[in-house]
Design a protein around this ligand. Structure first.
Ligand SMILES: O=C1O[C@H](COP(=O)(O)O)[C@@H](O)[C@H](O)[C@H]1O
Length: 230
């Protein structure tokens, strides 16, 4: 974000007010993208926040058969693990009308994470660019799995980064695969979904910090941020 640029922030009082409105905005943008490309790419986060958006969005009457859904990032666990982002997507988004969408998960059983990154990158090259991007953010200002201080962060923020990279975060046993900064920056439209005072303060702080300390900064100039107080 250039100094002085206003952040595109939409504020809601409650998450129950915010979630359906974000779902509606995403459905509208997916429909618009479907008018331009035969097959479109929709990238979605995991984590604890977006479930209610997925619940509403899954019932949207759009041509889901022409939508490729990918993850913004994945924890390196099988889908049987409660921490799997893919498992969340299958349970909350790939249901109802959205069951007709295609889904390209990142995790590959019995495969070294770096090997999987290369294999999945080759698949992604057929699906990108991302037409519509939904991101979450942690109070530590990470987005996707671009965590401040992560091993692999510099490579993932580089302008010539590959599409997908493995990162590891100090204190976390589980490694991660993440879309990299060039992929996030190149999305047709970007929305960030956050709740609570701590994340609102983190966004304000991120605007004053370099990307390496506040990776959400990568999309702050292009994204619409949706924030609810509760
Ligand atoms: O670890 C992750 O965290 C972010 C934020 O998650 P939340 O639980 O604070 O909503 C999420 O966007 C990302 O996909 C996930 O892997």
């Amino acid at each position: 974000m250039a100094a002085g640029d206003p952040m595109k922030l939409v504020e809601y009082t409650t998450s129950s007010e915010m979630m359906p409105q974000v779902a509606k905005a995403l459905a509208t943008e997916l429909e618009q993208a479907l008018k331009v490309r035969e097959k479109i790419c929709f990238a979605v986060p995991g984590g604890s926040t977006p479930g209610p958006v997925f619940d509403t969005l899954s019932t949207a009457e759009i041509d889901w058969a022409r939508v490729n859904i990918i993850l913004t990032d994945e924890r390196w666990v099988p889908e049987s693990d409660a921490q799997s982002n893919a498992a969340l997507i299958r349970k909350r988004l790939l249901v109802n009308n959205a069951a007709a969408a295609s889904f390209a998960p990142f995790f590959i059983e019995d495969t070294e994470i770096a090997t999987a990154a290369a294999l999945r990158s080759a698949q992604l090259s057929q699906l990108l660019p991302v037409d519509v991007l939904l991101l979450g953010m942690g109070a530590d200002m990470h987005t996707a799995s671009l965590f401040p201080g992560a091993q692999g962060l510099d490579a993932a923020l580089a302008t010539d980064a590959p599409m997908l990279l493995a990162v590891s975060v100090e204190g976390q046993q589980i490694r991660r695969l993440t879309l990299t900064a060039p992929v996030l920056r190149n999305a047709g439209s970007t929305h960030v979904l956050i709740t609570g005072a701590e994340k609102r303060a983190a966004v304000a702080r991120a605007a004053t910090l370099p990307e390496a300390q506040a990776p959400i900064r990568t999309v702050l100039d292009t994204a619409t941020l949706h924030w609810s107080a509760q």
